[in-house]
Design a protein around this ligand. Structure first.
Ligand code: AMO
Length: 433
């Protein structure tokens, strides 16, 4: 198809380019007609630019076309940059040619901020909803978050890996698995790369993976999804304290990088990111239970701490914090018990603004101990045969964590509902689009 190629993005159009010819491609956001002169506000992913179409400068075709243009028509504009005192951004583009690349037929919802649609409606028409400036800001920030994480991982010599998402055995407990038909066999969608990432410490030493995890949980909350992006890391020759130090650095780098690169987007989203202090606070599970009981929230020893409890702890602590040293029996089988008190484990959950964002631990690295831990939880070691055998082949001491990307974005951007930060969320009742 013949059309002029984009030479600049809207964010590149600065008064310093005065006099330069540019081609912009994007969407008609707004059209204003003041008689002889017409203004188009063109939107692309990076923002808006005012296009001025006037007789004597624009081609006759352009002058004709601009009369018929509608909001969200897809256009390419060739023109000349002009520093301008009147235009909002101090700069505009005087159109020479305008090409209509595709005509809009209808829009299923208002993306211009005049009529607010409910989240359910927005998710139903998500591809249109994603054109809203707020969503452009959210998903640009999301990309930067992942980039900042990768930087921290590479700095610490982790390498990125990809493990299978179709698997034969459970990793985190059996109940929440999605079953799939794998030719003649039954298989499952991976809940977590847990067992693979642990095995990889015996060869690649330090690995990370940013990929989907699938959980058939019937929850219907604002912070659970059935498919989410899990940021996983695992490192040989480390324990849970080493891992928490890496998470501290990773989260701080994420907050700093987003603050630095996304001033405008944060302003649009009305978000002020705090300057976080490292190391994050740590309280033990026992301390957390005591504190909660004192505040009138009854949590029995040996139970998981409910979401409401985490919120109360956050009111008390007011910064990101870890709950460490959980009872061994309520953590997954691969978790290393504490040497001096095996009823407790070298494990942690990271809580930000009252929400569990990550969890991790030092792992068991001997076969005998792992086999016993599997049995102790009523699981069948035979089901883990292909995992257990690896522990005979020189398994290093290791530790790691899993972090929910969407949960982190949700707390960073003060969103009430996790679905706001997911392109196409998958929940109990949502499989389309
Ligand atoms: P866990 O099950 O705690 O640990 O999961 C790790 C993190 O993933 C996020 N998360 C979710 N996010 C959205 N929807 C869900 N349904 C959901 N479930 C979990 C949370 C959570 O903290 N293998 C271990 C990690 C490890 O030890 O390395 C694991 O999967 O933010």
């Amino acid at each position: 198809m013949k059309f002029p190629r984009k030479t600049h993005w809207t964010c590149d159009i600065k008064p310093e380019l005065d006099g330069q010819e540019v081609t912009l491609c994007g969407w008609v956001w707004e059209i204003r007609d003041i008689g002889k002169i017409k203004f188009i506000v063109l939107r692309d992913r990076e923002g808006f630019v005012q296009i001025t179409v006037k007789k004597g400068f624009a081609s006759d075709d352009a002058l004709e076309l601009v009369k018929k243009l509608k909001k969200e028509d897809v256009i390419a504009v060739r023109g000349v940059v002009k520093a301008s005192k009147i235009a909002k951004a101090g700069v505009e583009v005087l159109a020479k040619e305008i090409h209509l690349l595709n005509e809009v037929k209808m829009m299923p919802l208002d993306i211009w901020g005049n009529v607010e649609s409910e989240l359910g409606t927005r998710l139903r028409y998500r591809a249109a909803d994603l054109k809203r400036p707020e969503n452009l800001a959210i998903f640009k920030i999301s990309s930067t978050v992942v980039r900042a994480m990768r930087e921290t991982f590479y700095k610490h010599r982790f390498i990125e890996v990809f493990t299978p998402k179709i698997i034969a055995t459970c990793t985190e407990g059996g109940a929440d698995l999605f079953e799939v038909q794998y030719f003649e066999k039954k298989a499952y969608l991976a809940q977590s790369p847990q067992l693979y990432k642990e095995q990889l410490t015996a060869s690649l030493e330090r690995v990370f993976e940013i990929g989907p995890a699938f959980r058939a949980e019937k929850h219907n909350t604002n912070y659970h999804l059935n498919e989410f992006i899990s940021v996983d890391a695992e490192a040989a020759f480390m324990d849970y304290n080493d891992i928490m130090n890496i998470i501290d650095e990773l989260i701080c780098n994420v907050y700093e990088t987003v603050s630095k690169l996304h001033e405008e987007e944060l302003k649009l989203l009305k978000v002020e990111l705090p300057k976080l202090k490292r190391p994050f606070k740590k309280i033990t599970y026992d301390e957390a239970i005591d504190l909660l009981n004192k505040r009138g929230i009854e949590v029995k020893y040996g139970e998981d701490i409910p979401h409401a409890g985490l919120e109360v702890l956050y009111e008390e602590i007011c910064e990101p914090f870890y709950i460490i040293d959980w009872p061994t029996e309520i953590r997954p089988f691969y978790t290393m018990p504490k040497e001096d008190d095996p009823k407790k484990s070298e494990s942690f959950d990271l809580v930000i603004k009252g929400l569990e964002i990550a969890s991790g631990s030092t792992r068991i690295h001997t076969r005998e101990m792992l086999e016993k831990a599997i049995r102790d939880r009523g699981l069948d070691p035979e089901a883990f045969r292909y995992h257990l055998e690896v522990y005979d082949w020189g398994m290093p001491p290791h530790a790691g964590f899993g972090l929910g990307l969407y949960r982190l974005l949700m707390v960073m951007l003060n969103k009430e509902n996790i679905r706001e930060v997911v392109l196409y969320p998958r929940d109990r009742f949502r499989l389309i689009p």
